[in-house]
Design a binder for this molecule. Sequence first.
Ligand SMILES: C[C@H](O)[C@H](O)[C@@H](O)C(=O)CO
Ligand SMILES: [Mn+2]
Length: 422
Amino acid sequence: MVSEKAVETAYQVAKERYAEVGVDTEKVLKKLQNIRVSLPCWQGDDIHGFLTPDAALSGGIGVSGNYPGIARTPEELTNDLDEAFKLIPAKQRLQLHQIYAVTDGKKKDVSEVGPEDFKFWVDWAKKNDIYLDFNPTFFSSPKVKENMTLASPEKSVRDYWIQVGKNARAISNYFGEEQKAQSIDNFWIMDGMKDEPISRLDPRERLIDSLDQINEEKYDEKNTMESYEGKLFGTGVESYTVGSHLFYNNYALTRGKDWCMDIGHFHEAEDPSDYLSSFLAFGKGMFLHLSRPVHWDSDHVPAMNDMLIKMMRALVRDNLLSKTVIGLDFFDASINRVSAWVIGTRSAQKALLLALLAPIDQLKDAENHYDYTLRLAETEELKSFPFGAVWDEFCLRNNVPVGMDWYQELKDYEKNVQFKRN
Ligand SMILES: C[C@H](O)[C@H](O)[C@@H](O)C(=O)CO
Ligand SMILES: [Mn+2]
């Protein structure tokens, strides 16, 4: 076990080192304490959900791996989440998908679920001081016709999915009312075509109309805010995605909604962190799906890599955190699913902490006075500052295991709970 004394001693040294360059680590720790990251509930059960757990995944997303101990019921999923939250410092958020409705034995279609089917989650969230976000489920359903939902050429198909979207807004609004904090309602719509379409505009106009119909009801933004997640392509819809990045960027701007960037949905040569300030210079707010794309939108568990660090730096350096909810999106069944939540969230928090531990005002001042030498010298020196000691102190203060100590706790849970499920 990591010695508390060693952590505290190292922190005192780190505090002094950062103070030398004008960074107050105590202020940074307070900031980090109040930034909630939104975990994807679907990592816990490979996106099966409870409404149609046997339905095949569609929309070009896929889970690989078969690690034992998957959660099969709402109780098992919340037990696993409880375990993850014991190993993640500070209070967080959780994204639910619509297929995670808990209908108490009643057979319901996704177009029929409402707030009452999420009471289970609201009760659990209140008990644990977790904020809930939402994602309507526009995939894994026989009602998806030829890869089309809200943009379908058939009115009856669109109408079905419009109802799903309306329900989603009512559910997210219910979360907001209950938790007294805004719930993000994130729309990802899989619609697209495998081969070159003749019209690229018609499906987009239909999608706009469907979304506008979904948004007819006015809800208090204190409770709920829609965000729209674009995509470059997906397996099966390689040639055309109706909801491209630019499409939702414009939809969000013209409707006063949030834009969602999933960093797995960009081309490898792009730098998605650059889009944050480009959008937020005009837009209302941003929701993120931080993920780890490996050659494509593979939804690996986020690691503290350059991409993640750049995203956090862009948010912190330009003061965009107040307009952004940091969500995660991954589903990896090749490793313990609870460990995926722990690793992904701790990595996101670490990247955020690293970004916060910088004398940003000073660096901006250097930049505004053309002192690019100081800017480069200091940002490079900061890379070898004792950031890990500040992270360990953060874990210690939050009563969660420091360093690899969490792994042993998780192995006990795996042995005593998860492996007994089969
Ligand atoms: C399960 C999520 O809705 C899904 O991952 C979506 O957010 C996405 O990123 C699709 O590629
Ligand atoms: Mn996503």
